[in-house]
Design a protein around this ligand. Structure first.
Ligand code: TEU
Length: 556
């Protein structure tokens, strides 16, 4: 049985904001909190009821805010603490929630803790980080190069799992754990409703192992942060490399008092061999990964996050669907196959207008520490043209271009000079244009979220998958009480898709079709209510995939 607390979170639909690139209110070229306030009507009309803000804390900005120098204050170009309080109040007034980003694994080397630590190894901050005379292992930074850096001031090496200026905190030190719990309490007292927790799998490490994740005290540390009574109402979602069911249960089962849910990244490999190397793929791969986790989570009464995009990934639409001629169809198909499953939808800014990966002719058009490190490395073995091609494919900046609001100068994002060049296709893909278009991704999202919110079947209902792995389409049902809904998404060229039961006319369809069965165009999708059922739908994991019902659906 799904516990009440988790049941409530299934009503949340989260919109992820990358504040630097969302909306600039004061013309300095950087998106800010007051810019977010200006867009609350747009967001609420879309149908989301929670926002996740990527870090807005004080930071030198080497990793766009994931290098924090003060966890209790706001970086000037984002605004002030007062602005954040205003945002919390405005959201709460609208019945919306705020999720902040918490970065517990590392601080900026500009953080006072690090400065004290490097200057006085015997002082109170001496053990806040991992310091060694010689690197105890050969770990590599996620952003490339050694994860150990020699600090001439202290005369020792410190660990940085990410950029050189992001020093890993030593969680073995109880004072570090206390500091982070105090930070959680500080924001909870200010009214935030939850946290997205950066690389939660890294906070406990075994320095003898090959990788710095899932250390022996991980669960103890997570419980120490979020298992406390005063923060028990928070929604907490951890960013984690969890890839097996047992581990997911250990993190998220309600009685564990750890996290509400996790971002699983199993499906992030879709359409690429590695971050910077494309691989031919289709929506089938995404479907199979989503289905696997959907069925597993349902079996254990856990709730999942439903997402395809975030600020670290090139848009999924450009990797495994059609970001050209069939961009609208693809965006809608991706939304139906992701957000009508059971879990908490996370929509990344720009997805709702069908934003795709941009392209640039020069490395100077990028502004990301990982991108620059990778580019330098590529130049060692390939031509600048080839290196730029890889960057254009995989750079995190693919997801970080200013939101294109309209067709005016800088696409309505800023009256100044944007901190990073605007999206190369912003003239074609912007909110104003999308909202006016006959084929509007925004309006499709709006209709989808409205449908989802209006029927219990989409919230808590059981999921049953009717298509087989070899099918070039995805058919699933969601059922609760007497109500069963069916969603059909076609991945291939034109093909006929038949259903084993009667349905009403579709209430959501990207190409306006009026029957659920029949010939589907590429990326066409539809959602309809099933007619009266002889017996209630079983959970799909109770049946093998290639079951007798599914075979009924084979294209004649
Ligand atoms: O990312 C952690 C992470 O391991 C990856 O998502 C990684 O950044 C990405 O694959 C590199 O291409 C989190 C944040 O989401 C990311 O923005 C930060 O840079 C990183 O932590 C460090 O805080």
């Amino acid at each position: 049985m799904l516990c009440d607390k988790y049941r409530e979170y299934l009503n949340w639909t989260v919109y992820q904001i990358y504040p630097r690139s969302f909306m600039d209110s004061n013309g300095d070229g950087v998106g800010d909190i007051r810019g977010i306030l200006q867009k609350l009507d747009y967001l609420q009309a879309l149908g989301v009821n929670a926002l996740w803000l990527c870090p807005v804390y004080k930071s030198p900005n080497d990793d766009n805010g994931y290098d924090i120098s003060d966890y209790r204050d706001i970086r000037e170009d984002f605004g002030t603490l007062q602005d954040l309080d205003d945002l919390i109040a405005a959201l709460h007034q609208r019945g919306m929630k705020l999720i902040m980003d918490l970065v517990p694994n590392h601080t900026s080397t500009a953080h006072p803790w690090f400065r004290e630590s490097r200057e006085d190894r015997d002082g109170p901050y001496g053990d806040y980080y991992y310091w060694f005379d010689e690197p105890p292992n050969d770990w590599q930074s996620v952003f490339r190069g050694s994860a150990w850096e020699f600090d001439p001031v202290r005369g020792q090496y410190y660990l940085h799992s990410f950029a050189v200026s992001q020093a890993d905190l030593n969680w073995e030190n109880p004072r570090v754990r206390r500091e982070m719990a105090d930070i959680v309490d500080f924001w909870t007292a200010r009214g935030v409703d939850g946290f997205r927790v950066d690389v939660i799998d890294m906070i406990s490490k075994d320095l003898q192992k090959t990788r710095g994740t899932f250390g022996p005290r991980l669960h103890e540390y997570i419980r120490g942060l979020f298992g406390r009574e005063n923060v028990s109402k928070l929604f907490t979602v951890g960013e984690s490399g969890v890839n097996d069911m047992e581990e997911l249960i250990r993190h998220c089962a309600a009685e564990r008092k750890e996290l509400t849910t996790l971002f699983l990244f199993d499906h992030m490999g879709c359409g690429r061999a590695d971050k910077f190397t494309p691989k031919p793929d289709s929506l089938k791969t995404l479907r199979d990964r989503l289905v696997y986790w959907q069925e597993a989570a349902e079996k254990h009464d856990l709730i999942l996050t439903l997402f395809t995009d975030n600020h670290d990934q090139a848009p999924m639409i450009s990797r495994i669907a059609d970001d050209g001629e069939k961009r609208y169809e693809s965006a809608a198909a991706l939304a139906v196959m992701t957000y009508l499953l059971r879990g908490v939808p996370f929509i990344y800014q720009g997805q709702e207008i069908g934003t795709v990966s941009p392209r640039y002719d020069s490395i100077d058009d990028f502004d990301d520490v990982e991108t620059f490190n990778a580019y330098r490395e590529f130049l060692g073995t390939m031509t600048p043209e080839k290196a730029l091609e890889k960057i254009n494919f995989g750079s995190r900046d693919n997801a970080r271009r200013p939101i294109a609001w309209d067709g005016s100068a800088n696409f309505g994002f800023t009256t100044g000079t944007p901190w990073i060049p605007c999206h190369s296709r912003a003239g074609e893909i912007n909110a104003e244009k999308d909202l006016k278009a006959e084929k509007s991704v925004y309006r499709f999202y709006q209709a989808l979220l409205k449908l989802r919110a209006s029927h219990e079947a989409f919230i808590t209902g059981i999921t049953r998958v009717l298509s087989s792995p070899e099918d070039d389409f995805f058919v699933f049902t969601r059922a609760a009480g007497n109500e069963t809904w069916v969603a059909v998404i076609n991945f291939a060229n034109e093909q006929k898709i038949a259903l084993p039961f009667e349905c009403e006319a579709p209430v959501l369809a990207n190409l306006g079709r009026d029957t659920i069965g029949g010939v589907y165009a590429p990326y066409e999708c539809a959602v309809a209510k099933a007619g009266p059922m002889k017996s209630p739908m079983a959970r799909s994991q109770d049946r093998p995939w290639a079951n007798e019902d599914a075979s009924l659906m084979k294209t004649p």
